[in-house]
Write a protein that binds this ligand. Sequence first.
Ligand SMILES: [Mg+2]
Length: 284
Amino acid sequence: MDLQMIKLSMNQNKRYEYFIFEVFIKILIYQSINQLINVSYLFKTNYFLRVFHKLLIVNNIFIDQTDYSFLKMQGLTKKILPQLIVFDLDMCLWSPETYVLDEQPSKKIIGQLGNIGAGVIGVQCGSQILKLFPDVITILQDFYNNKYPEVKLAVASSADTPFAVKIAKNALNMLEILPGVTIRQVLQKGWEDNFEGHIQIGRTPPLSSRKSKSHFPLLLNNTGIPYTGMVFFDDCNWDDNCKHVEQDCIGVVTQRTPNGLKLHEWNQALENYQKKYSSEKHKE
Ligand SMILES: [Mg+2]
């Protein structure tokens, strides 16, 4: 006879007594484990914190009333990451804006890619050089080196003219973030080799100047990833694309990058995503 059957076979009074006894025992176990956690935290012994945290979960003891802020501080709770990170290009990943460039990329400019080694840090487009922002190189290096294994990348850029679109596509195939690794290769990570549905650049049909009405529905359709799984970075210097996407594509977490994507903006967006979706998950 299992525990549930024993409980059902009890009369009302016995059940009440059993309930009190069960609560009493749970309080005792909870307090003992919590004391052990406090001691572990005091000595910053992550291993024991993890073990005790698991014990609380396994025993299903007052899990909702427990204050886990100290575990979050220790980075022990599971990170909730988006499935898809969507980038604008001009003034988000690189500068200057492609519409001001009067020639297609020709010469590769070689320089140091952080401390990693030499690579293509810029492309000559007539009299100007198109370059990635320094933090973008770091972020994409981390991404390529599997810091975010479940995450995929995409592009939503409303480059002004077909000429600018061509510059952007050529530059993606030339600029490097690691020696011999182009941005295009980084963007392809996790996708099938010949898949292109995640790269939406331009404003001629089916695209338009309103990314939320054309680029994003296409990304949704082509990738199968819902808006609730997306984070979007855009400089928003000409039009508030972030606001439009938030309004028209409910669920996307957006981040403005007015001076080009910076590391603190990248971290802020991921933190906002984590906050939004961990609290919503909790409410379910
Ligand atoms: Mg832009």
